[in-house]
Design a protein around this ligand. Structure first.
Ligand code: FEO
Length: 409
Protein backbone atom coordinates (compact mmCIF):
# COMPACT_ATOMS: atom_id res chain seq x y z
CA UNK A 1 0.00 0.00 0.00
CA UNK A 2 1.30 3.48 -0.79
CA UNK A 3 2.37 5.68 2.10
CA UNK A 4 2.44 9.31 1.01
CA UNK A 5 2.13 12.56 2.95
CA UNK A 6 0.59 15.72 1.56
CA UNK A 7 2.82 18.63 2.50
CA UNK A 8 0.99 21.33 0.54
CA UNK A 9 -1.66 21.25 -2.19
CA UNK A 10 0.99 20.39 -4.73
CA UNK A 11 3.92 18.89 -2.78
CA UNK A 12 3.86 15.29 -1.61
CA UNK A 13 6.39 13.43 0.49
CA UNK A 14 7.00 10.05 -1.12
CA UNK A 15 10.14 8.95 0.73
CA UNK A 16 10.52 6.08 3.14
CA UNK A 17 12.34 4.99 6.27
CA UNK A 18 14.68 2.08 6.83
CA UNK A 19 14.86 0.69 10.36
CA UNK A 20 16.53 -2.57 9.33
CA UNK A 21 19.86 -1.25 8.10
CA UNK A 22 22.55 -1.64 10.75
CA UNK A 23 25.27 0.52 9.22
CA UNK A 24 24.60 3.53 6.99
CA UNK A 25 27.21 3.59 4.22
CA UNK A 26 28.47 0.34 5.79
CA UNK A 27 30.10 2.56 8.40
CA UNK A 28 27.72 4.36 10.76
CA UNK A 29 25.39 2.63 13.23
CA UNK A 30 21.83 3.86 12.89
CA UNK A 31 19.90 2.42 15.84
CA UNK A 32 17.09 4.89 15.14
CA UNK A 33 17.02 4.08 11.41
CA UNK A 34 17.31 6.53 8.55
CA UNK A 35 14.89 8.15 6.13
CA UNK A 36 15.39 8.61 2.42
CA UNK A 37 13.32 11.64 1.49
CA UNK A 38 11.83 12.19 -1.93
CA UNK A 39 9.37 14.91 -2.91
CA UNK A 40 6.91 15.08 -5.80
CA UNK A 41 5.70 18.45 -7.07
CA UNK A 42 2.36 18.35 -8.89
CA UNK A 43 2.44 21.66 -10.73
CA UNK A 44 1.55 22.22 -14.41
CA UNK A 45 4.57 20.00 -14.82
CA UNK A 46 5.39 17.17 -12.46
CA UNK A 47 8.78 17.21 -10.79
CA UNK A 48 10.41 14.53 -8.66
CA UNK A 49 13.17 15.63 -6.29
CA UNK A 50 15.55 12.69 -5.98
CA UNK A 51 14.70 9.06 -5.40
CA UNK A 52 15.54 6.73 -2.51
CA UNK A 53 17.80 3.87 -1.55
CA UNK A 54 17.17 0.58 -3.32
CA UNK A 55 16.10 -0.94 0.03
CA UNK A 56 12.85 1.06 -0.27
CA UNK A 57 12.21 0.43 -3.95
CA UNK A 58 8.83 -1.30 -3.62
CA UNK A 59 7.37 1.34 -1.31
CA UNK A 60 8.81 4.18 -3.36
CA UNK A 61 7.22 3.13 -6.66
CA UNK A 62 3.84 2.63 -5.00
CA UNK A 63 4.21 6.10 -3.50
CA UNK A 64 5.27 7.71 -6.75
CA UNK A 65 2.37 6.21 -8.68
CA UNK A 66 -0.11 7.28 -6.01
CA UNK A 67 1.28 10.81 -5.79
CA UNK A 68 1.23 11.23 -9.57
CA UNK A 69 -2.41 10.10 -9.53
CA UNK A 70 -2.46 9.10 -13.18
CA UNK A 71 -0.17 11.84 -14.45
CA UNK A 72 3.15 11.24 -16.14
CA UNK A 73 6.50 12.40 -14.79
CA UNK A 74 8.01 15.40 -16.56
CA UNK A 75 11.21 15.96 -14.57
CA UNK A 76 13.46 14.06 -12.22
CA UNK A 77 15.84 16.40 -10.40
CA UNK A 78 19.02 14.65 -9.30
CA UNK A 79 20.59 16.88 -6.66
CA UNK A 80 23.08 14.32 -5.42
CA UNK A 81 24.22 11.21 -7.26
CA UNK A 82 24.94 9.10 -4.20
CA UNK A 83 23.07 5.80 -4.32
CA UNK A 84 21.21 6.36 -1.04
CA UNK A 85 19.22 8.90 -3.08
CA UNK A 86 19.69 7.83 -6.64
CA UNK A 87 19.91 4.08 -6.85
CA UNK A 88 16.48 4.07 -8.52
CA UNK A 89 16.93 6.64 -11.26
CA UNK A 90 17.31 4.03 -13.98
CA UNK A 91 14.17 2.29 -12.70
CA UNK A 92 12.26 5.60 -12.68
CA UNK A 93 13.30 6.22 -16.28
CA UNK A 94 12.18 2.70 -17.21
CA UNK A 95 8.70 3.39 -15.82
CA UNK A 96 8.53 7.04 -16.95
CA UNK A 97 10.71 7.15 -20.09
CA UNK A 98 9.40 10.60 -21.04
CA UNK A 99 10.93 12.18 -17.93
CA UNK A 100 13.83 14.58 -18.36
CA UNK A 101 16.65 14.39 -15.82
CA UNK A 102 17.76 17.75 -14.43
CA UNK A 103 21.21 17.64 -12.90
CA UNK A 104 24.75 19.03 -12.99
CA UNK A 105 27.43 18.20 -15.53
CA UNK A 106 29.49 16.53 -12.81
CA UNK A 107 26.51 14.42 -11.88
CA UNK A 108 26.15 13.16 -15.46
CA UNK A 109 29.67 11.74 -15.28
CA UNK A 110 28.79 9.97 -12.05
CA UNK A 111 25.48 8.69 -13.43
CA UNK A 112 27.45 7.11 -16.28
CA UNK A 113 29.75 5.45 -13.77
CA UNK A 114 26.88 3.96 -11.81
CA UNK A 115 24.46 3.18 -14.68
CA UNK A 116 24.43 2.14 -18.32
CA UNK A 117 21.14 3.69 -19.46
CA UNK A 118 21.03 6.49 -22.02
CA UNK A 119 21.39 9.68 -20.01
CA UNK A 120 22.58 12.03 -22.77
CA UNK A 121 19.29 12.07 -24.67
CA UNK A 122 17.20 13.00 -21.66
CA UNK A 123 19.43 15.17 -19.48
CA UNK A 124 19.04 18.89 -18.92
CA UNK A 125 22.31 20.08 -17.43
CA UNK A 126 21.96 23.03 -15.09
CA UNK A 127 24.54 25.37 -13.62
CA UNK A 128 24.58 28.01 -10.91
CA UNK A 129 21.48 30.21 -11.06
CA UNK A 130 19.64 28.31 -13.81
CA UNK A 131 15.93 28.00 -13.17
CA UNK A 132 12.94 25.87 -14.08
CA UNK A 133 9.42 27.23 -14.21
CA UNK A 134 6.83 24.49 -13.80
CA UNK A 135 3.72 26.68 -13.72
CA UNK A 136 3.21 28.01 -10.23
CA UNK A 137 6.70 27.16 -9.00
CA UNK A 138 10.01 28.61 -10.06
CA UNK A 139 13.00 26.51 -9.02
CA UNK A 140 16.51 27.99 -8.96
CA UNK A 141 19.48 25.63 -8.92
CA UNK A 142 22.53 26.40 -6.79
CA UNK A 143 25.75 24.47 -6.77
CA UNK A 144 26.90 23.04 -3.44
CA UNK A 145 30.07 21.11 -4.29
CA UNK A 146 31.38 18.79 -1.54
CA UNK A 147 28.25 19.08 0.53
CA UNK A 148 28.73 16.09 0.34
CA UNK A 149 30.03 14.99 -3.10
CA UNK A 150 31.47 17.25 -5.82
CA UNK A 151 28.34 17.13 -8.00
CA UNK A 152 25.85 18.27 -5.34
CA UNK A 153 23.38 21.05 -6.00
CA UNK A 154 20.51 22.40 -3.94
CA UNK A 155 17.31 23.95 -5.24
CA UNK A 156 15.46 27.05 -4.09
CA UNK A 157 11.74 27.29 -4.78
CA UNK A 158 11.07 31.02 -5.17
CA UNK A 159 7.32 30.48 -4.95
CA UNK A 160 7.20 28.66 -1.61
CA UNK A 161 10.50 30.14 -0.33
CA UNK A 162 11.69 26.60 0.28
CA UNK A 163 15.15 25.08 0.03
CA UNK A 164 15.55 21.52 -1.24
CA UNK A 165 18.86 21.07 0.54
CA UNK A 166 20.15 17.62 -0.52
CA UNK A 167 22.34 16.17 2.29
CA UNK A 168 22.58 19.53 4.06
CA UNK A 169 20.40 19.89 7.17
CA UNK A 170 19.77 16.15 7.17
CA UNK A 171 19.91 13.73 10.06
CA UNK A 172 20.07 10.09 10.93
CA UNK A 173 16.81 8.71 12.29
CA UNK A 174 13.71 7.32 10.62
CA UNK A 175 10.56 9.39 10.17
CA UNK A 176 8.30 8.27 13.01
CA UNK A 177 5.05 9.79 11.84
CA UNK A 178 6.09 13.36 12.51
CA UNK A 179 7.40 14.65 9.22
CA UNK A 180 8.16 18.19 10.41
CA UNK A 181 10.43 19.52 13.14
CA UNK A 182 7.33 21.12 14.65
CA UNK A 183 6.34 17.64 15.83
CA UNK A 184 9.47 16.91 17.89
CA UNK A 185 11.61 18.46 20.58
CA UNK A 186 14.41 19.54 18.24
CA UNK A 187 17.11 20.16 20.87
CA UNK A 188 16.32 17.13 22.99
CA UNK A 189 15.34 14.47 20.48
CA UNK A 190 16.82 15.51 17.15
CA UNK A 191 19.96 17.62 17.39
CA UNK A 192 22.39 14.91 18.53
CA UNK A 193 21.65 12.68 15.56
CA UNK A 194 21.67 15.68 13.21
CA UNK A 195 25.11 16.57 14.57
CA UNK A 196 26.34 12.99 14.23
CA UNK A 197 25.06 12.94 10.66
CA UNK A 198 26.67 16.28 9.77
CA UNK A 199 30.02 15.70 11.43
CA UNK A 200 30.54 12.21 10.07
CA UNK A 201 29.13 12.68 6.59
CA UNK A 202 29.93 16.28 5.70
CA UNK A 203 32.18 17.41 8.58
CA UNK A 204 35.40 17.36 6.57
CA UNK A 205 34.07 19.99 4.17
CA UNK A 206 33.61 22.98 6.46
CA UNK A 207 34.79 25.54 3.91
CA UNK A 208 32.33 24.27 1.31
CA UNK A 209 29.49 24.30 3.84
CA UNK A 210 30.38 27.90 4.67
CA UNK A 211 30.01 28.74 0.97
CA UNK A 212 26.56 27.20 0.90
CA UNK A 213 25.55 29.05 4.07
CA UNK A 214 26.69 32.29 2.48
CA UNK A 215 24.50 31.67 -0.54
CA UNK A 216 21.58 30.61 1.66
CA UNK A 217 21.90 33.79 3.74
CA UNK A 218 20.74 35.80 0.71
CA UNK A 219 17.49 33.85 0.51
CA UNK A 220 14.31 33.99 2.52
CA UNK A 221 13.79 30.38 3.57
CA UNK A 222 10.57 29.24 5.21
CA UNK A 223 11.01 25.51 4.76
CA UNK A 224 14.00 23.19 4.32
CA UNK A 225 13.42 19.89 2.57
CA UNK A 226 16.49 17.69 3.24
CA UNK A 227 17.10 14.25 1.79
CA UNK A 228 17.32 12.65 5.26
CA UNK A 229 15.38 13.41 8.41
CA UNK A 230 12.68 15.91 9.24
CA UNK A 231 11.41 18.77 7.12
CA UNK A 232 12.56 21.90 8.94
CA UNK A 233 10.22 24.83 9.53
CA UNK A 234 10.47 26.00 13.12
CA UNK A 235 14.21 25.56 13.74
CA UNK A 236 15.74 27.03 10.61
CA UNK A 237 17.74 29.78 12.29
CA UNK A 238 18.81 27.47 15.11
CA UNK A 239 19.91 24.77 12.65
CA UNK A 240 21.74 27.28 10.42
CA UNK A 241 23.54 28.60 13.50
CA UNK A 242 24.66 25.05 14.38
CA UNK A 243 25.82 24.46 10.80
CA UNK A 244 27.79 27.69 10.96
CA UNK A 245 29.54 26.58 14.16
CA UNK A 246 30.18 23.04 12.98
CA UNK A 247 31.57 24.15 9.63
CA UNK A 248 33.86 26.70 11.31
CA UNK A 249 34.96 23.97 13.75
CA UNK A 250 33.85 26.09 16.67
CA UNK A 251 32.84 24.19 19.79
CA UNK A 252 29.27 24.48 21.07
CA UNK A 253 30.20 23.75 24.68
CA UNK A 254 33.08 25.06 26.77
CA UNK A 255 33.43 21.75 28.53
CA UNK A 256 35.37 18.50 28.45
CA UNK A 257 35.04 15.34 26.44
CA UNK A 258 37.07 12.46 27.88
CA UNK A 259 37.74 9.69 25.38
CA UNK A 260 39.59 6.71 26.77
CA UNK A 261 40.40 3.11 26.07
CA UNK A 262 41.52 0.80 28.82
CA UNK A 263 42.61 -2.84 28.70
CA UNK A 264 42.63 -3.72 32.41
CA UNK A 265 41.02 -0.65 33.93
CA UNK A 266 44.04 1.46 34.92
CA UNK A 267 43.46 4.12 32.27
CA UNK A 268 39.73 4.09 32.87
CA UNK A 269 40.35 4.64 36.58
CA UNK A 270 42.48 7.71 35.84
CA UNK A 271 39.87 9.03 33.39
CA UNK A 272 37.13 8.66 35.99
CA UNK A 273 39.17 10.35 38.73
CA UNK A 274 40.03 13.23 36.41
CA UNK A 275 36.36 13.62 35.46
CA UNK A 276 35.40 13.77 39.13
CA UNK A 277 38.03 16.40 39.87
CA UNK A 278 36.85 18.49 36.91
CA UNK A 279 33.28 18.26 38.15
CA UNK A 280 34.38 19.25 41.69
CA UNK A 281 36.06 22.29 40.20
CA UNK A 282 32.81 23.37 38.56
CA UNK A 283 33.02 21.97 35.04
CA UNK A 284 29.53 21.12 33.87
CA UNK A 285 28.34 18.74 31.16
CA UNK A 286 31.46 16.52 31.07
CA UNK A 287 31.10 13.68 28.57
CA UNK A 288 33.00 10.38 28.75
CA UNK A 289 33.33 7.56 26.26
CA UNK A 290 35.10 4.24 26.36
CA UNK A 291 36.09 4.32 22.71
CA UNK A 292 36.35 0.54 22.62
CA UNK A 293 32.69 0.39 23.53
CA UNK A 294 31.16 3.36 21.71
CA UNK A 295 31.33 3.67 17.94
CA UNK A 296 33.72 6.40 16.85
CA UNK A 297 30.93 8.25 14.98
CA UNK A 298 29.41 9.24 18.34
CA UNK A 299 32.75 10.30 19.80
CA UNK A 300 33.62 12.29 16.67
CA UNK A 301 30.27 14.06 16.87
CA UNK A 302 30.94 15.14 20.45
CA UNK A 303 34.51 16.08 19.55
CA UNK A 304 32.89 18.71 17.29
CA UNK A 305 30.69 19.78 20.20
CA UNK A 306 33.24 20.17 23.01
CA UNK A 307 36.06 22.69 23.34
CA UNK A 308 38.43 20.46 25.36
CA UNK A 309 39.23 16.81 24.72
CA UNK A 310 41.17 14.40 26.92
CA UNK A 311 42.54 11.36 25.13
CA UNK A 312 43.62 8.64 27.56
CA UNK A 313 44.86 5.31 26.28
CA UNK A 314 47.35 2.54 26.65
CA UNK A 315 50.40 1.51 24.72
CA UNK A 316 49.75 -1.43 22.45
CA UNK A 317 52.09 -3.03 19.92
CA UNK A 318 54.50 -0.22 20.71
CA UNK A 319 51.89 2.32 19.58
CA UNK A 320 48.34 3.45 20.35
CA UNK A 321 45.63 1.03 21.44
CA UNK A 322 43.75 0.26 18.24
CA UNK A 323 40.33 1.73 19.04
CA UNK A 324 41.92 5.01 20.14
CA UNK A 325 44.17 5.05 17.10
CA UNK A 326 41.09 4.63 14.90
CA UNK A 327 39.34 7.51 16.66
CA UNK A 328 42.32 9.84 16.29
CA UNK A 329 42.66 9.08 12.59
CA UNK A 330 38.91 9.58 12.22
CA UNK A 331 39.10 12.99 13.89
CA UNK A 332 42.05 13.94 11.71
CA UNK A 333 40.30 12.72 8.54
CA UNK A 334 37.23 14.79 9.37
CA UNK A 335 39.32 17.93 9.63
CA UNK A 336 38.26 18.85 13.18
CA UNK A 337 40.26 21.90 14.20
CA UNK A 338 40.98 24.28 17.06
CA UNK A 339 40.58 21.97 20.03
CA UNK A 340 42.44 22.10 23.34
CA UNK A 341 43.74 18.64 23.99
CA UNK A 342 45.14 16.66 26.92
CA UNK A 343 46.98 13.36 26.49
CA UNK A 344 47.23 10.67 29.17
CA UNK A 345 49.29 7.62 28.38
CA UNK A 346 49.60 4.22 29.97
CA UNK A 347 52.29 1.66 29.35
CA UNK A 348 53.32 -1.19 31.60
CA UNK A 349 56.91 -1.46 30.38
CA UNK A 350 57.48 0.99 27.51
CA UNK A 351 54.87 3.76 27.31
CA UNK A 352 54.97 5.19 23.78
CA UNK A 353 51.34 5.95 22.97
CA UNK A 354 51.56 9.54 24.23
CA UNK A 355 54.13 10.50 21.59
CA UNK A 356 52.25 8.48 18.96
CA UNK A 357 48.98 10.31 19.76
CA UNK A 358 50.80 13.62 19.68
CA UNK A 359 52.25 12.93 16.25
CA UNK A 360 48.71 12.47 14.86
CA UNK A 361 47.16 15.42 16.68
CA UNK A 362 49.89 18.00 16.12
CA UNK A 363 49.25 17.80 12.38
CA UNK A 364 45.65 18.97 12.89
CA UNK A 365 45.15 22.69 12.35
CA UNK A 366 44.65 24.69 15.52
CA UNK A 367 45.15 21.79 17.93
CA UNK A 368 46.74 22.92 21.19
CA UNK A 369 48.10 20.21 23.46
CA UNK A 370 47.76 21.76 26.90
CA UNK A 371 49.22 18.83 28.83
CA UNK A 372 50.82 15.48 28.06
CA UNK A 373 52.64 14.85 31.31
CA UNK A 374 50.55 12.17 32.99
CA UNK A 375 52.00 8.72 32.43
CA UNK A 376 50.52 5.67 34.11
CA UNK A 377 52.52 2.50 34.55
CA UNK A 378 49.77 -0.14 34.56
CA UNK A 379 47.73 1.44 37.36
CA UNK A 380 47.45 4.89 38.87
CA UNK A 381 49.33 5.25 42.19
CA UNK A 382 48.29 7.42 45.11
CA UNK A 383 51.18 9.80 44.60
CA UNK A 384 49.88 10.48 41.09
CA UNK A 385 46.59 11.91 42.34
CA UNK A 386 48.29 15.28 42.61
CA UNK A 387 49.20 15.03 38.91
CA UNK A 388 45.53 14.60 38.05
CA UNK A 389 44.69 17.48 40.39
CA UNK A 390 47.16 19.71 38.51
CA UNK A 391 45.81 18.49 35.20
CA UNK A 392 42.23 19.32 36.22
CA UNK A 393 43.40 22.82 37.30
CA UNK A 394 45.08 23.34 33.92
CA UNK A 395 41.96 22.29 32.04
CA UNK A 396 39.72 24.52 34.15
CA UNK A 397 42.07 27.46 33.61
CA UNK A 398 42.08 26.83 29.87
CA UNK A 399 38.27 26.71 29.79
CA UNK A 400 38.10 30.00 31.69
CA UNK A 401 40.61 31.60 29.32
CA UNK A 402 38.69 30.46 26.27
CA UNK A 403 35.46 31.82 27.78
CA UNK A 404 37.23 35.16 28.31
CA UNK A 405 38.40 35.16 24.68
CA UNK A 406 34.82 34.52 23.62
CA UNK A 407 33.55 37.40 25.73
CA UNK A 408 36.06 39.85 24.28
CA UNK A 409 35.36 38.91 20.65
FE1 FEO B 1 22.63 11.05 1.67
FE2 FEO B 1 25.65 12.00 0.43
O1 FEO B 1 24.06 11.04 0.46
Amino acid sequence: MYDIRRITDDITYIGCSDRRLALFESAYPIPRGVSYNSYLINDDKTVLFDTVDRACSGQFFQNLEAALDGRGLDYLVVQHMEPDHCSLIEDVISVYPEAKIITTAKSVALIKQFFDFDIDSRVMIVKEGDSLNTGKHEFVFTMAPMVHWPEVMVTYDKTDKALYSADAFGSFGAINGNLFDTGVDFEKDYLDEARRYYTNIVGKYGAQVQMLLKKASTLEIKTIYPLHGLIIKENISNFVEKYDKWSRYEAEEKSVLIAYSSVYGGTENAANILAGKLADKGVKGIKMYDVSHTHSSYVLSDAFKYSHIVFATTTYNNGIFETMEHLLHNISAHNLQNRKVVLIQNGSWAPTCGQAMKSILEKIKGTEIIDESVCIKSALKEEQLSELECLADKIVLSIKESEKVLQTV
